[in-house]
Design a protein around this ligand. Structure first.
Ligand SMILES: Nc1ncnc2c1ncn2[C@@H]1O[C@H](COP(=O)(O)OP(=O)(O)OP(=O)(O)O)[C@@H](O)[C@H]1O
Length: 265
């Protein structure tokens, strides 16, 4: 579904994305992990088009996106969660969802009478609410929802367009254990309910969540791909262990740990 080849991004002398190759298959949850500063956010910005690349290729379902502006990438089937910044806080859950489905689907119902069109859009919005378990909050003003429920609404807005690839950038950030568990269940359920086609690229610091959710994992270090494989392969990889061990030691002895991580790349 997503094929990245030789992707390159430089910030002055720093190569933040260093000839990265990455494939995400249809229906797969692919996690991107790596220590702080590894280049995960830069890669996500390159995919969504918020940053221009210096070289390489990004294909979504066979379509080259590398020179496309963000809105054309969305039209091509890319969707990204923006950590609740995309929700309308003054509007209810229902109004948020109706706006999202209207933006993406109203063309499909353009020959319908207004009343039938409204009913179709409302059905789609209600389906979305069910998919993210927000039916009971249908009439709640979005800004008054707890943090976890706002993140769920954000996910619903992102999947309203039936994307081919969903970019989930730290979906559990700022959540307590109960909210994280609900989000984890929601992501698993998205995979099950989407006819196996929508792929998810997940950036997440919570390793338990990553190992539970991901079909495959890519590990980035200093902008380069260090390892790729299943959760079991990544957990057993001594190079990955060294990087994460190095990071823990880094807190106590910054210099030696940084050198150790560098030596493993
Ligand atoms: N706009 C920028 N200008 C200059 N350097 C940048 C810019 N954005 C990121 N960098 C640098 O690029 C490298 C990769 O940063 P990035 O934020 O992509 O890493 P990350 O893996 O997302 O880190 P974290 O897990 O801490 O969010 C870092 O060294 C960072 O300082």
């Amino acid at each position: 579904m997503l094929r990245i080849q030789g992707l390159l991004k430089r910030f002055g002398a720093l190569t933040a994305t260093d000839h990265v190759d990455l494939d995400v298959r249809p229906g797969e949850i692919h996690a991107l992990i790596g220590p702080n500063g590894a280049g995960k956010s830069t890669l996500v910005h390159l995919i969504s088009g918020l940053l221009p690349a210096d070289g390489g290729s990004i294909e979504l379902d066979g379509q080259e996106l590398i020179n496309q502006p963000p809105h054309q990438r969305v039209a091509a089937g890319l969707s990204r969660c923006f950590q609740i910044t995309s929700i309308f806080a003054q509007l209810t859950v229902a109004e948020n969802l109706l706006l999202a489905v209207q933006a993406h689907h109203s063309n499909s119902f353009r020959w319908f009478k207004q009343r039938d069109k409204d009913a179709q859009l409302k059905t789609l919005a209600w389906d979305l609410a069910q998919r993210v378990q927000l039916q009971e909050r249908w009439n709640t003003v979005a800004g008054t929802l707890p943090h976890g429920a706002q993140r769920k609404l954000d996910v619903a807005l992102a999947i309203a367009a039936s994307p081919k690839l969903l970019l989930l950038d730290e979906p559990m950030a700022g959540m307590g254990p109960a909210e994280s568990a609900e989000m984890l269940e929601l992501i698993e359920q998205l995979r099950r309910s989407d006819a196996g086609r929508m792929a998810i690229l997940l950036i997440e610091h919570d390793m338990d969540a990553v190992f539970q959710l991901a079909d495959r994992i890519t590990v980035l270090v200093y902008g380069k791909v260090l390892a790729q494989g299943s959760a079991a392969e990544i957990q057993a990889d001594p190079r990955v262990q060294a990087v994460y061990l190095g990071q823990e030691e880094d807190a106590h002895h910054p210099e030696p740990a940084a050198q150790q991580a560098e030596g493993t790349v």
